[in-house]
Structures are given as structure tokens and as C-alpha cells.
Design a protein around this ligand. Sequence first.
Ligand SMILES: Nc1nc2c(ncn2[C@@H]2O[C@H](COP(=O)(O)OP(=O)(O)O)[C@@H](O)[C@H]2O)c(=O)[nH]1
Ligand SMILES: [Mg+2]
Length: 316
Amino acid sequence: MALKDMIMGSVKQENIPTVKLAVIGTSTTGKTYLLNAIHRLINGKLLLRDGLRIGALNAQDAAVKIKDIKDNILWMQRAPLPSSETKYNFSFNLFKNMDPAIHVVYHDNVGQILTEVNQKMNSLRPDFLKSISEATIVWFLLPMQTDKEGRYTGVSDEDVLIVESYLQEALQNRKSPLAFAILLTKADVLEDLEQEQSKQELYRLHTELKSRFQWFLEGDFISAAALFPISTLGFGNAQLVTDVNNTEKAEYILRSNDLKPYNVDKLLLWSLSCACYQAPTVAANSTPQIDEAVKRGIKNTLSQTDGLIFTLKDGI
Ligand SMILES: Nc1nc2c(ncn2[C@@H]2O[C@H](COP(=O)(O)OP(=O)(O)O)[C@@H](O)[C@H]2O)c(=O)[nH]1
Ligand SMILES: [Mg+2]
């Protein structure tokens, strides 16, 4: 690509292979915290190999994302983030040397859409279902819950039930391949993933969710699926706050002055790696193929990144 074109800003995003990443999760599952961790990765914290770089679309976009993280970190140190009725979509690029190689569009969801029936949520629902039905990758956020003393209590059956029904509806006529990840968010509440008890619990959840989602995973349109324990705040970096807004609920704030995300880099690389094999079939017919060297670079980086992946369906 000519340098002139880049300077003039004439490189249109639609001329780059596009990956659509959609999240699905009820309220307080960790969506907003997670997108802050992703902003951080986009802004220099994720180092890739083979001339690849993940970054904001341009300098102005980078400045906006940096400001957002700063504001949110200040907030997270004081109190849990308020839940929002506005979804926060954003994009970033994967560059190979000077050229954008993959354009990633992140589709947020408003948690209340999944659980509340009122005029506002009903009006937002079609757009949400569309984002899931057109996605290249879907992330289902399932939090590791705690009681008000901070003791781990398991995951929510209701959340699984609700999300199953949305997937069923959104993906009914799906033909093209889709990658699917279940994110066990707030995994830091287990304190230490190396402990025998934590390992047993993760294996148990893996087995249970694999059989629970069997109907879905066996569909030809699911190209690859995996389960990721993740944490946005990071291990030892979450402080319990009880009786939030005079409720019985406990929530977590940030203990230090920065997020220490666990496994979010691995999740993102795995997702990009899956997308490499399916983006052209999902996007418009004119979408160019992803370069072989880019695919190799992502795979190389993924294989050298620490973190836990539990396979639900073999794909890449
Ligand atoms: N321990 C822990 N708590 C988290 C983490 N991420 C989010 N939380 C807690 O979950 C609450 C909801 O997270 P948020 O991202 O606002 O959820 P959203 O409603 O899905 O956007 C936060 O206020 C925190 O208390 C995490 O990585 N670890
Ligand atoms: Mg939120």
C-alpha cells in the first residue's frame, strides 16, 4: 500500500478483511471491565510476532481509548462501574508491518436486554440479535460468582438458560462458520488456579458446559469452541466491597492503580486465529483473503502465550 494512501487516510476499512466479535452476557457479567482490558491490549500491551501489531485505527482513536481507560481505572479504584443502557461498540486493526491486515469490530451488548422486558429493551433487541447472527466470533460471558463474603459459589444456571435461548434464536438460519468462546469471568475469585480445588472446579465446569452446549456445538456452523477462565482485574488485584448501594450484594473494585488482566490476551489471539479461517465467508463477497503470513504470525504468538484453554470443539 502506498504511504501516500495511508497519510491521506484513503485506506477504507471495508477493503480490509473484517472480523465481527459479538459479546453476550447479562448485567454485571464483566463486559465493561473486559473491554477496558482489551483497550489496554490494543494500546501497546499485546506484543505480537512476525511484524504484526495490534493497534487503534489511528492516532485520534488511540487517544480516545487511552483517555477512556484512564477515566475508568480511576472509577474502578473507587466504586463498581455503574451499569449502562448504552452499548459501547469499537474497532481496532491488526497491522502487518505498515498495512492494516484485519479490521476487528467489537459489538457490545446492554446486559438488561437479556433479562428485562420493557419498551426500551424490546427496541434494542433486534439489533442485538443481528450482531450475534452476523458475528464471526461470539463470546459468552459467564461470571464466577461469590457470596457476600467473597466465597466462590459457582456459575448461574439462569444465565446459561437465557443465553442458550438467545443463541437458538439468533443463529437459527446460520450457514457460515462461527467460533464460540465461553468466558468464565472474574476467575480471580478462585484466588489460585494452580490449587487442586480450583483445577477440579474448572474441569467440572468444562465437562458440565460441554454437555450442556452439545446441541449447539454439534452444529456444522460451529467451527471451533473453547472455554477460557479470565480475569480483568487480575489475581490479588480485586478488593471486595460489601453492601453495594445498600443491597446484600458484594462487588469488586480495583486494588492497585492498574488492571492486571489474566488470559484476555490468549482469548483474543485464539479468536483472531479462528477468524483467520472464516472471515472471508462471513463478510461481503468482495472481502480479500487474510494473508498466510498474518495467519502464521497469529498462530505463532498464540502458541507462545501462557494461559488456560479448555477445548469444547476442535477447530484450529
Ligand atoms: N473479582 C473480579 N470482579 C470483577 C471482574 N470484572 C468485573 N468484576 C466485578 O463485576 C462487576 C460488574 O462488571 P461490569 O464490567 O461493570 O459488568 P457489565 O454489567 O457486564 O458491564 C464489577 O463492578 C466488578 O465488581 C474481575 O475480573 N474480577
Ligand atoms: Mg457495563
